[in-house]
Design a protein around this ligand. Structure first.
Ligand SMILES: CC(C)(COP(=O)(O)OP(=O)(O)OC[C@H]1O[C@@H](n2cnc3c(N)ncnc32)[C@H](O)[C@@H]1OP(=O)(O)O)[C@@H](O)C(=O)NCCC(=O)NCCS
Length: 173
């Protein structure tokens, strides 16, 4: 069973390698590494925050199994967000570590953390890239509902799907 710990600077490199493998930077609006590193060193990422509208209060956690980073999840907010919502950021489990409950543990951890922060809705976006299709089932299984779709900016052949979880109804499993 994986342990979930707050991201540290010692784990940052390993976490970024894992995220870049699943979400290659050339296919993303913003490379994952900037957001993840910005969570540890907000003072160095002022330009990034100004460009993306992401608030410097973002935070990341990783799942560790046998001493290795096997998953990641974050919570972040945009400056224009309503006060009661938060976003799930760069959430994934390494392909070899999937189907052992780690994804569920990371998601439930983020849900509890969002509730602890006083949030009422947890938002996430994903696409219909084959790598991400399973997450649509996974989010629905965990109580999220789809609230909208858009053409995906970096590749308009793909669609971006927005999901929302009502944290007032979400129960710990
Ligand atoms: C979505 C994702 C994080 C889930 O991670 P995961 O670690 O496989 O999640 P879990 O192991 O908790 O659950 C996955 C499935 O394995 C099953 N499972 C969990 N433990 C199991 C076990 N010991 N034996 C057999 N099955 C198991 C779960 O019941 C679930 O099954 P279901 O598909 O029938 O609902 C992972 O698929 C992923 O990284 N996807 C690519 C990136 C992505 O799409 N991210 C989200 C979009 S932004």
């Amino acid at each position: 069973m994986a342990d979930i710990v707050a991201l540290t600077k010692e784990l940052l490199g390993e976490a970024i390698i894992l995220v870049d493998k699943i979400f290659p930077p050339e296919y993303e609006e913003e490379p994952a590494k900037d957001e993840i590193a910005a969570s540890l060193f907000p003072e160095k990422y002022e330009k990034y925050f100004n460009k993306t509208g992401i608030r410097p209060s973002l935070k990341y956690w990783v799942a560790i199994s046998k001493g290795k980073v096997v998953g990641i999840v974050g919570l972040y907010n945009y400056v224009f967000d309503l006060a009661d919502i938060t976003w799930l950021g760069w959430y994934l489990v390494s392909p070899k570590a999937r189907k052992h409950g780690t994804g569920t543990s990371l998601l439930l951890f983020a849900i509890e953390e969002a509730k602890r922060q006083g949030k009422k809705r947890l938002m996430v976006y994903t696409t219909d890239d084959p790598e991400e299709l399973y997450s649509h089932h996974f989010y629905r299984k965990h109580g999220f509902r789809e609230i909208g779709q858009n053409p995906w900016g970096p590749n308009p052949e793909l669609t971006e799907f927005y999901f929302e979880l009502d944290l007032m109804k979400a129960q710990a499993e």
